[in-house]
Design a protein around this ligand. Structure first.
Ligand SMILES: CC(C)(COP(=O)(O)OP(=O)(O)OC[C@H]1O[C@@H](n2cnc3c(N)ncnc32)[C@H](O)[C@@H]1OP(=O)(O)O)[C@@H](O)C(=O)NCCC(=O)NCCS
Length: 172
């Protein structure tokens, strides 16, 4: 198994996380205009890290940041997965699944039962492999008129995410 650690984000990570999110999103082949329209949504700021209802988990291998997740609390029982990005050179190595499992462990530890995901269309198969089910669509915050698949991860019965600690990392 990859020697992945998952830690809290620090202010000094913001530029690296923003750049990683931009590179990760670009793997789907979006054109420059689309990518520029998403830039703000793909950016992580110190204000984000200081927001009480936002949690970030940063994945590192040998001191190199290879991915991250961001979770936003909606209510006592529900969170939104705001971001999940893996560096292109680390795709397909299990980093995304371990980051997602870590995010689900964090949500579960607060008593939540559900995590919502507004997914990139290319990533739907990944979330379904992790136990998510498609429940509808949500409108993109970056691209006017674009509808994105909305999925739900049920923390009690949602396949792989229903196993606490499956990410192999202490969710703290
Ligand atoms: C989606 C993403 C996070 C997946 O990360 P990853 O590290 O490559 O995924 P993993 O290696 O942990 O894969 C876990 C499982 O999902 C499957 N999977 C991964 N990506 C998939 C995809 N795009 N479609 C279908 N299945 C996929 C894998 O085959 C694997 O299945 P298995 O465990 O049964 O073998 C990554 O592709 C990414 O960062 N993409 C760009 C940014 C993005 O779109 N993020 C999501 C925003 S909503």
């Amino acid at each position: 198994m990859l020697a992945l650690i998952i830690r809290e984000a620090r202010n000094t990570d913001c530029d690296a996380l923003s750049a990683l999110a931009f590179r990760a999103k670009a793997v789907w082949g979006y054109d420059d205009r689309f990518m520029q329209a998403c830039r703000a949504e793909l950016s992580v700021s110190p204000e984000d890290l200081a927001t009480a209802d936002l949690c970030h988990g940063v994945g590192e291998v040998d001191g190199v940041v290879v991915g991250f997740h961001a979770l936003r609390r909606l209510s006592a029982s529900e969170w939104d997965l705001d971001a999940l990005f893996v560096a292109p050179e680390h795709l397909g190595c299990g980093v995304g699944s371990r980051l997602l499992l870590h995010a689900c462990d964090l949500a579960r530890a607060t008593g939540a039962t559900r995590v919502w995901v507004q997914s990139d269309p290319h990533a739907v198969g990944f979330y379904e492999a992790m136990g998510a089910r498609r429940v509808g669509v949500r409108v993109s915050a970056s691209i006017a008129g674009r509808e994105l698949p909305l999925l739900c991860l049920d923390l009690a019965t949602g396949g792989r995410v229903a196993r606490p600690g499956a990410c192999g990392v202490d969710a703290g």
